[in-house]
Design a protein around this ligand. Sequence first.
Ligand SMILES: [Ca+2]
Ligand SMILES: [Ca+2]
Ligand SMILES: [Ca+2]
Ligand SMILES: [Ca+2]
Length: 627
Amino acid sequence: MARNRCLAVLVLVALASGPVASAGEPGKPKPQASLPPETLDQPPAPQSARDNLAARSPGMRVQTGPYVSVQVNVDALGRNIVGDAANEPSIAVNPVNPGNMVIGWRQFNAVTSNFRQAGWAYTFTRGASWTFPGVLTPGTFRSDPVLDVDASGVFYYQSLKSDFTLDLFKSVNGGVTWGAPVPSFGGDKNWLVVDRTGGPGHGFLYGIWQRFASCCGTNVLTRSVDAGQSFIAPVPVATWPTFGTLAVGPDGTLFAAGVDGTVTQDFDHFVLARTTSAPDPDEAPLFAGGQIDLGGSMALGGAPNPAGLLGQANVAADHSDGTTHGNVYVMASVAADAIDPLSVAFVRSVDGGSSFSPPVRVNDDPEVGTHWHWLAAQAVAPNGRIDAIWFDTRDSGLANVSRLYYAYSWDAGVTFSANVPVSPSFDSTVGWPQQNKMGDYSGIVSDATGADIAYAATFNGEQDIYYVRLFPDCNGNGLSDVTDLSSHASQDCNLSKIPDECETAPACIGAGRVPDAGLAVNKAADGAIALAWTASCSSADADYAVYEGSLGDFASRAPRTCTTGGLRSLELTPAAGDAYYLIVPVHADREGSYGEDGSGAERPQAAGACAPQVLHACGAVAASSGK
Ligand SMILES: [Ca+2]
Ligand SMILES: [Ca+2]
Ligand SMILES: [Ca+2]
Ligand SMILES: [Ca+2]
């Protein structure tokens, strides 16, 4: 407790000395400052803005490109509550019903007091509208909201109290109502994650916090193996990751990112800790950890968010089935030794978090002293795509005027997409609720086609919470590129997961061939015939097109089907007269060989072919047969 009081004094000193940015190099964040812990300061305002029914303005909906941001903290009629403030949102999406999402945030019932509570809202309309019933346990100071959800759609809301312990709330009805709070130890700048792996730790909850304003000294992590009914005595975490997030890997490994908290809040050194024993209910989680290089320092106290973090450390794990399965990614806004005050840095581990790649710069703008890239966050989709968001001042050139920006990666973060502005501009220094910050983080959850985002912004001059659905859209048609490819509106002949029209010269892979001798034709019932064939010589070819033509008129061939769904057989009623059949393998939106004619030349593609043709090196003879 003595330490807590000491930190509180430090906070007052920091606030009294004015904006931290002015203390160091002009325009630069001051990474060595101490982030004020979330402490009870002012009493609640005498009146809640919500109670004044005259204090309403239209609920905000703002659109940038195809991306529509919808205000979340609205009254029952969807109107903005004039005079409140809301920031630091966290979002969770129901895996069973993605139309159902919950956002929690720091709710200030009046902008005249920094007394804050646990605001929440839910949607069953995929974010088109939100219901904001109020705050959990009204009258209780609460901060640092972190939400997650289990595989069956049970939501959890982790909430920091003024005594530096955490409560956990649970909702089994999609966030409509919540059970009584369950104490779960804790501390400031906490995080929560739920294991959804289906492995031994399935359903376990993990909570972490910073040791310097907490219940339990150097013990900073707890676990619940009974769905949030009880929590184990906290345990230490190697390197004491501070101001960061948790993630669970596909094998149940638990990861914690932050800055090094071994001695103090060491903003100059990022760390990652990991444990494989977390999913074992009979063992206390035992962590290994070390420093990682993101090319700069974590920062706080910069002009866009003077009393807050400029971005926490974000760890995420790849649960995809592909070659990136098990990768571990860390992303953060970092103050590097560079011209721009802050950039978005990303590192990748392919060995379970033991070692990391050199940092990749996610923002693609030139280095300019007025370009801040702050509050970066990331999530990994089930198909391995990495989504990144951050606030960005590049378009205004003003440290206090940002837009939300988005980028994504289809290659495990080796490269990131062109950066996309996804919100209008807003001033991050207006609407402060007696506290010079807009919170410490935004929320992001990714799925196959896009990402669900919760962020704070001031489009109407107040700090409010917004929801926006983001998705990769390199071809600018207003639909997720993932949908474009799955519907075959776009093609992906190089399997880059990027529509080919967005790539300069995609190296198309093509398909092989089915040997002529591999095709068998048998009579089936009712005048039908049954075709069956051997696999393509190219093992990657997993689908086939079947062409039919009239014997004696080879150019007459036309598709009977452009896909067999991967089957190497097809039953069909043949056309009248003598017909022949060709089986053409298909791979990566290209079809392979139609076989060779009697002189050994490739048979030409059919008119009206199913797809453009690219012959894979492993060619063989396509099949033909009379009936
Ligand atoms: Ca408001
Ligand atoms: Ca906070
Ligand atoms: Ca698109
Ligand atoms: Ca492509």
